[in-house]
Write a protein that binds this ligand. Structure first.
Ligand code: GDP
Ligand code: MG
Length: 313
């Protein structure tokens, strides 16, 4: 999916292009919105918090504008080193972008107050002085009355140029938001080829897809203690690809859970992942999963590099 840089001299006049960072509390719906905007699955989505660990770029074209969206990990008070790396990645995504969209889960608001994590993000936004829009998400789950109260209160902070009410899940309001961005990003050449929809190395995307299945299959804390890496990617003569992945966990007991009785759990995870990989890569996939115990992987700089994160000291 990673294309070569475009020759800006040869592009038609009147084009626009810009980076838009999607920031928000964990579970606000950033990855769902990214996928809706791009029209394809480029970021994994689960009902659990802190699914997205690194920055993921999704690319959409509206008329003459190429919008480069940057999905970020949720911003929340960090406890572990991995938390710190994720929050850092989110704010640096905002700082590097031309425009910021702050997603707030409107269904979690109490009257005119958003959830605590969103309130802290507003404080950070003020400090950074970013040009931003407010995107109230999950309107399908919020009452009209509380939605209006929330919109009014957040509008009064003067932090936002515009407020949008959307449902990333149903697609309601998503077009208006994209059209607004398309009209307001600066003139300039497109940065990616027209058919490119994402910038995430294929190996990393493949690892993310398996990690999503882990998240969905396993309960409680275990998914947070696991990370997935693509070890080998081999093109086969028949056009299929052989992918080998390592699942790192912290303890033997976790390994046993991931494997399941008679290997049933890992088999199910592998089957679900393979199906998604075949859709994502539009080809047959042979997937091999291995589970390794690696105590303290959360403090190992190599694991961060594999995830595309900086290692916080
Ligand atoms: P992120 O952590 O901000 O990236 O959030 P995700 O995109 O992973 O979404 C978190 C959860 O919220 C998932 O279960 C989504 O299906 C759900 N979700 C996202 N957008 C909406 C929405 O507009 N309406 C509803 N009802 N659920 C949503
Ligand atoms: Mg996400």
């Amino acid at each position: 999916m990673n294309g070569a840089a475009l020759d800006s001299e040869k592009q038609p006049a009147g084009r626009r292009c810009g980076f838009v960072a999607l920031i928000g509390a964990p579970n606000a719906g950033k990855s769902t919105l990214l996928n809706a905007l791009v029209g394809s699955k480029v970021a994994i989505v689960t009902p659990k918090v802190q699914t997205t660990r690194n920055r993921i770029v999704g690319i959409a074209i509206r008329g003459r504008t190429q919008i480069v969206f940057v999905d970020t990990p949720g911003i929340f008070p960090p406890r572990r080193r991995l938390d710190r790396a994720m929050v850092q990645a989110a704010w640096s995504g905002a700082a590097a972008a031309d425009y910021v969209a702050v997603l707030v889960d409107s269904a979690r608001a109490k009257d005119d107050r958003p959830d605590g994590a969103s309130e802290r993000i507003l404080a950070g936004l003020k400090e950074g002085g970013y040009a931003a829009s407010l995107v109230l998400n999950k309107t399908d789950k919020a009452s009209r009355e509380s939605l209006l109260k929330l919109a009014q209160a957040l509008d009064a902070t003067n932090l936002f140029g515009r407020t949008f009410m959307i449902s990333a899940l149903t697609g309601d309001g998503v077009d208006d938001f994209a059209d607004y961005l398309a009209a307001n990003l600066a003139e300039g050449p497109w940065l990616y080829p027209e058919d490119q929809i994402a910038e995430i190395p294929l190996r990393q995307l493949a690892a993310e897809i398996t990690r999503e299945k882990l998240f969905l299959a396993l309960r409680q804390e275990l998914p947070y203690a696991a990370t997935v890496e693509t070890e080998a990617w081999r093109e086969q003569p028949d056009g299929s690809v052989r992918i080998e992945q390592l699942i790192f966990v912290e303890r033997d007991t976790q390994k046993a859970i991931v494997l399941g009785k008679g290997g049933r759990q890992i088999k199910a995870i592998g089957a679900a992942s393979r199906a998604d990989l075949e859709t994502a890569f539009e080809r047959r996939v042979h997937l091999f999963l291995f589970v390794k115990v690696r105590p303290g992987w959360g403090d190992d700089p190599d694991r961060y590099r594999e995830m595309g994160l900086d290692f916080p000291e």
